[in-house]
Design a binder for this molecule. Structure first.
Ligand SMILES: Cc1cc2nc3c(=O)[nH]c(=O)nc-3n(C[C@H](O)[C@H](O)[C@H](O)COP(=O)(O)OP(=O)(O)OC[C@H]3O[C@@H](n4cnc5c(N)ncnc54)[C@H](O)[C@@H]3O)c2cc1C
Length: 357
């Protein structure tokens, strides 16, 4: 339990700062300020700053690598940059290993480490920016693999009670680019560790994104990892060179009937069977609607991949929000399909009480 009722502003933990710019902490590089700010490297420090913010009745926002954020203004309350570190091998048998990984670890470094150890399961998720703790939030995915496929459980700090507990993967509401952490649990938990189970036996997923075409007849773990990295580098802008947050829209999922109708009108439509229906390639829809390479008011649509919106020079998110609306409208008028945004908007919009349970 957090006992913090005696805290006052003057008891501010030493690691806290006021009015810190978040522009270096989001890959879109939009301007935003945190009212209070802390970078935490261990659980003790996290508990301390959370207790303090709770005592002040301040909202708490956690940021990892800032690679899936759309900062639309200053953030009231405490912003925590999660830098918890450590990787532990918690179980091992002939077939698999279980790893418990601290939430502030860099996701791609973890993938690299697992490939070096000959542990299979996350090689297709190489080069996704950000932290391990954010991976479950939107159930990161690429090339036919989603992180939910290997997550066993997620350790969280419950903000209201201060309790640290494990949540089983099946309770986290994982779905395509979604989970309860992004939905009804938003603002309730801070993810502190993630336990993954990886295979010691080769099990490759090569049927997506043309991966097979890039890999020779000899398939190896290191080969798949290198290929994923090479393909991604050729298609996606490096946020260090051109500010972006990866895919800006989710691939829309439509029914079989809608898919059939669209195929009749657009025989080249790019789509994949998904659940009971089909997933449409949002990048193709945007590209065909004529947006690829578009640039205005300091923002634009990446010239090699229309799914990625980029920030050339804009200080604020407003021109990007305008561009988002224009793209959504034009795609809707052309295909009758509504595009949904992937990055998380901060400050978070208020969630209604009914949705919270
Ligand atoms: C070039 C590029 C390519 C990308 N490619 C992919 C891709 O292929 N597939 C894919 O799925 N994503 C992709 N992304 C998106 C992004 O990298 C992932 O969503 C990543 O998991 C975000 O991690 P982060 O640490 O940067 O999270 P942040 O952007 O810092 O945070 C994202 C959300 O998670 C919350 N959060 C972060 N850490 C915690 C925590 N410890 N506890 C609770 N909540 C937390 C934040 O509050 C926020 O709501 C890409 C982004 C870029 C820039």
């Amino acid at each position: 339990m957090i006992h913090a009722s005696k805290n006052t502003l003057s008891d501010m933990p030493a690691c806290l700062q006021k009015g810190v710019s978040l522009s270096p902490f989001n890959t879109f590089r939009f301007a935003s300020k945190a009212q209070f700010f802390a970078q935490v490297e261990h659980l003790g420090a996290l508990l301390e700053v959370v207790a303090w913010a709770q005592a002040q009745q301040l909202p708490i926002t956690v940021i990892g690598g800032g690679s899936n954020l759309l900062l639309c203004g200053d953030i009231a309350g405490l912003v925590i940059i999660n830098q918890l570190s450590g990787v532990r091998l918690t179980a091992e048998d002939d077939d698999s290993v279980s790893l418990s990984v601290a939430a502030g670890e860099h996701w791609h470094s973890l993938v690299e480490h697992c490939v070096q150890q000959s542990w299979y399961g996350i090689e297709n998720l190489a080069l996704i920016p950000g932290t391990v703790g954010a991976a479950p939030v939107q159930n990161i995915g690429a090339y036919g693999v989603e992180v939910k496929d290997v997550i066993e459980r997620v350790q969280v700090l419950a903000i209201d009670t201060g309790e640290v507990k494990w949540l089983a993967a099946q309770d986290c509401g994982f779905a395509y680019r979604d989970s309860h952490f992004k939905g009804k649990w938003q603002g309730r938990y801070i993810i502190t560790e993630v336990e993954l189970r990886l295979s010691k036996r080769p099990a490759f997923v090569l049927n997506y994104g043309g991966l097979k075409n890039h890999i020779g007849p000899e398939v190896s773990l290191a080969g798949v990892f290198e290929t994923v990295c090479a393909v991604r580098r050729s298609k996606l802008p490096d946020p260090k060179e051109l500010a972006n947050a990866g895919s800006f829209f989710k691939n829309p999922v439509v029914s079989v009937k809608v898919h059939e109708d669209l195929l009749q009108r657009f025989p080249d439509l790019v789509s994949f069977p998904f659940g009971e229906g089909y997933k449409l390639a949002a990048g193709w829809l945007i590209d065909q609607a004529g947006w690829k390479g578009y640039r205005d008011k300091g923002v634009g649509v990446y010239k090699k991949q229309a799914l990625v919106l980029v920030n050339y020079t804009a200080l604020q998110a407003s021109p990007l929000l305008e561009l988002e609306a224009l793209i959504q409208q034009s795609v809707f008028e052309r295909y009758g399909v509504q595009l949904e945004r992937e990055p998380v908007e901060l400050p978070a919009r208020v969630v209604s009480k009914e949705a919270e349970s």
